[in-house]
Design a protein around this ligand. Structure first.
Ligand code: KIV
Length: 263
């Protein structure tokens, strides 16, 4: 998978499968799976670090996660998420942040929102770094959006999203994440663009899908958005394993002779 394949997938109407990943051990498993591309999302701040929002993520945090994932999945296409405000200070600051993420092992960066970011997106693209756009629910703006809610429901908001999507394509984005938007709007945007859309809570008509790994593995059970499908009851399985281990230690059945070193 490289940046050109995203376009090729859309042309031949093959869905693109993305999954978030933040650590080396998980990345090694993703490496051997059919997943097309990895997003090292700033959702790391929530699922790996326990914050309530993605706002505490910074470039250093993202780089540590990108490095770990790149070591575990050296043959997957890795998109690194530009964290909160890292592309809003000045072009030189933005370029420095992008440089750190790319040197950490990303093959592209993702950047939330278009309004006010057009110049940064064009500049990054012209610097030779592929940019994935991200519209709809942009979690870094949670305080301005008033919560995690579906976007683009009114005619005006839907029209703004359509225009921003076109603007992302024109600014040079190679693909676009659409998060939490009505499925018909996501379908219209997908049909209007030549770059692929990657949906999360955006229905089935987008050119690809992305899910947060911990959500689809059933490891984050505090809340379950409507769009998450759980492929594993990970929390239950992990807990059973931990309790089985405790039982074995307490009963003295672990370690057994074959798990111990002889003289
Ligand atoms: O940070 C993230 O995981 C994301 C996805 C939800 C698209 O941006």
């Amino acid at each position: 998978m490289n940046v050109l394949d995203f376009q090729a997938f859309k042309k031949r109407a093959e869905k693109i499968v993305m999954l978030t990943c933040y650590d080396y051990t998980s990345a090694r498993i993703v490496q051997d799976s059919d997943v097309d591309a990895i997003l090292v999302g700033d959702s790391a701040a929530m699922v790996m670090h326990g914050h309530d929002t993605t706002i505490p993520a910074d470039v250093g945090m993202m780089c540590r996660h990108i490095e770990s994932v790149a070591r575990g999945a050296p043959h997957k296409f890795i998109v690194g998420d530009m964290p909160f405000l890292s592309f809003r200070q000045s072009l030189p600051d933005t370029v420095r942040a992008v440089g750190r993420m790319m040197k950490a092992g990303a093959h592209a960066v993702k950047l939330e929102g278009f309004d006010g970011n057009g110049e940064a997106i064009s500049h990054i693209v012209k610097s030779g770094v592929p940019v994935m756009g991200h519209l709809g629910l942009t979690p870094q703006s949670v305080n301005q959006l008033g919560g995690y809610r579906v976007q683009g429901r009114s005619n005006g908001a839907a029209e703004r999203l359509r225009q921003d999507a076109l603007a992302c394509e024109q600014a040079g984005c190679f693909s676009l994440v659409l998060e939490c938007v009505p499925d018909q709007l996501a379908a219209d945007i997908t049909d209007s663009l030549s770059i692929p859309t990657i949906g999360i809570g955006a229905g089935s008509h987008t050119d690809g899908q992305v899910l947060v790994m911990q959500d689809m593995l059933g490891l984050s059970t505090d809340f379950k958005p409507k769009f998450v499908r759980r492929y594993l009851d990970g929390r239950q399985l992990w807990q059973e394993a931990f309790n089985a281990y405790c039982g074995d230690v307490k009963s003295g059945s672990f370690p057994a002779a074959e798990e111990s070193y002889g003289q």
